[in-house]
Design a protein around this ligand. Structure first.
Ligand code: NAP
Length: 365
């Protein structure tokens, strides 16, 4: 097995090149674009999708220059683990980030932001929230952040759910109950994180930039959030939508436009071409979910395999040479990683390069 970095499908090669060279090709590109809310005001300054926002603080070259406007009031839409990731990174102090590899440009912007309140808004209720307990519980252990939950919105139980889903939803409720009964130490923490349930965003308001978000109260019927008519607004200088991802079209593979994934049957796109992970089944599930999913597709692929005399790696190398591609090998990757570690401050494990030219420049030395 070998690694070929800095080779982009659609730039250096296309899917047809790969299927001509290899007996089997697996597409594992994930879902790298933000879903949109589709409400007025979504293009105002200060409104960001989580893919771009998380990409910004993680130093993804596509989003490194996002320069988000971080104000006093931040509204995060969505009740999944990505929404938690976003509020957690904003809420943590520099000391709590001291051993992380959060990029310096983001760490400095977050530390300098005048954050006064975070609002985490779900269109359904506490039982329907998609958070997992370990991630939710961590919000109760942050140095300066105080989760605020109104006990009146918490139901007595999780209804008629079964199995592992019941267990994790009960655990979530227990954690939310503990947030609704803060101890003295928690009450003294300066940054409130307000959990708002049963509220769906209907408009983002502001003159050129977001100033507030209008929500409609909802009632959940048969698992669906239906508008209940009553609206209210939350002041916001920054809004992040964490409502899931979609996949950008990839030349040479058919898309299932409704689901935002590659059109496939159990991972098979066409003979010799397979999809796994979020580009196969949509943006859900954690690493163990994707592992099981990949094993199933690989078993299918191995069963289908009828090796032909394709030229494989020699053919690919010749093609990339001919096209003048600068391939980054695994040894190169290790050199870039070592350079990132060498330039890290304090206990940070690395200071990532956030531009491709910077990464390639390491290899020129
Ligand atoms: P998610 O878990 O599917 O959550 C998406 C959230 O957005 C849901 O609360 C959903 O509400 C809400 N939403 C969707 N459309 C909306 C709309 N139009 N208006 C308002 N709210 C809307 O997605 P995610 O947070 O992006 O996470 C993706 C996957 O990665 C998940 O499986 C997650 O567990 C995983 N992940 C794991 C970790 C970790 O393990 N630490 C970290 C990050 C992500 P409804 O439920 O009402 O649709």
């Amino acid at each position: 097995m070998r690694f070929l970095g800095n080779v982009a499908v659609g730039r250096d090669v296309n899917i047809g090149d790969l299927t001509a060279l290899y007996d089997a090709v697996v597409v594992a590109v994930g879902a790298g674009e933000d879903r949109r809310l589709g409400i007025p005001g979504e293009d105002l300054s200060g409104v960001y999708g989580s893919c771009a926002f998380v990409g910004w603080y993680n130093g993804h070259p596509d989003h490194r220059d996002l320069a988000p406007r971080l104000g006093t009031n931040v509204v995060v839409i969505g009740n999944g683990n990505v929404a938690i990731d976003v509020v957690r990174v904003l809420a943590k102090t520099p000391a709590e980030m001291a051993t992380s590899d959060l990029c310096r440009h983001a760490a400095e912007a977050i530390a300098a932001a005048p954050l006064a309140a975070l609002h985490l808004v779900g269109r359904r209720g506490p039982v329907e929230a998609a958070f997992t307990p370990a991630e939710l519980a961590e919000l109760g252990r942050l140095e300066r952040c105080r989760p605020v939950v109104d006990a009146a919105v918490l139901p007595g139980g999780v209804g008629d759910l079964d199995g592992p889903e019941r267990a994790y939803k009960e655990k979530n409720l227990e954690i939310l109950r503990s947030f609704a009964e803060p101890d003295e130490e928690t009450i003294g923490k300066p940054l409130p994180l307000d959990f708002v349930f049963h509220a769906r965003p209907v408009a983002i308001l502001g003159n050129g930039k977001v100033e507030s978000v209008r929500f409609e109260r909802t009632l959940v019927r048969d698992g669906i959030a239906a508008g209940a008519g009553e609206t209210f607004e939350i002041a916001a200088d920054t809004m992040v939508t964490a409502i899931g991802y979609t996949m950008a079209a990839l030349d040479g593979v058919p898309m299932d436009a409704n689901r935002g994934v590659i059109a496939n049957r159990d991972g098979v796109i066409e003979p010799g071409l397979y999809a796994v992970g979020w580009s196969k089944r949509g943006p859900s599930g954690t690493i163990p979910t994707n592992r099981a999913d990949s094993i199933a597709v690989v078993e299918r692929m191995l069963g289908d395999l009828k090796p032909a005399s394709k030229s494989g790696r020699d053919g690919l190398d010749a093609l990339l040479r001919q096209r003048g591609s600068r391939v980054v090998s695994l040894a190169d990757w290790h050199r870039i990683e070592a350079a990132e570690a060498a330039r890290a401050d304090g206990e940070h494990p690395r200071e990532k390069f956030t531009r491709i030219e910077e990464m390639l420049a390491v290899l020129e030395d």
